[in-house]
Ligand binder design. Sequence first.
Ligand code: DGI
Ligand code: FE
Ligand code: FE
Length: 191
Amino acid sequence: MTKDEALKIVKEQLTEHRYQHTIGVMDTSVELAERFGADSEKAMMAAIFHDYAKFRPKEEMKTIIQEQNLGEDLLRYGSELWHAPVGAYLVEKEAGMEDEEILQAISSHTSGRVGMSMLEKIIFLADYIEPGRHFPGVEDVREAAKEDLNEAVKQSLMNTITFLMKRNQLVFPETLHTYNDIVRQQGGKNE
Ligand code: DGI
Ligand code: FE
Ligand code: FE
């Protein structure tokens, strides 16, 4: 599949705003892949498809999570989390994407995952820092991303977790586990 074919498929699934976000994630992912020595072709494809399922009806996503055993636990947390694993399933089924590394990066782009590959970290981070994002603290994460992939991923997880906590929202356990996993990889305290 070429870049243009992938973009055409995704454009039909998204609003113009979300499509522009996708272009931002794509450019940022390729930049990060070049910086940290990952496969930039895979980074490009994973970024293009990462929000493929963003606008699917909740009921459809719920059914897919149940029928495909994508983790019943997900249904007890915010529905914002669902489009990532459902996206990986639909990108394989509807767009014919078979590359497991790309599908995995789509699947973990919202919550992260314990044992993330470099590609997964790149997509997760690019989604957070692409130029269209204006979260509080994003500039510090952009700075960290210039040198240290783990540090930047950790900071974006920290920001998301505290953002959810301040709004009295549930934090998906895998997101916390991912944070702990990165701190361990950094040789953190209390081990
Ligand atoms: O799809 P995007 O908007 O580009 O970004 P995303 O896939 O990172 O989704 C962001 C949304 O996901 C945002 O509303 C916060 C939510 N989210 C991220 N991590 C968690 C979470 N929601 C819950 N409940 N728990 C999490 O750990
Ligand atoms: Fe997303
Ligand atoms: Fe996104």
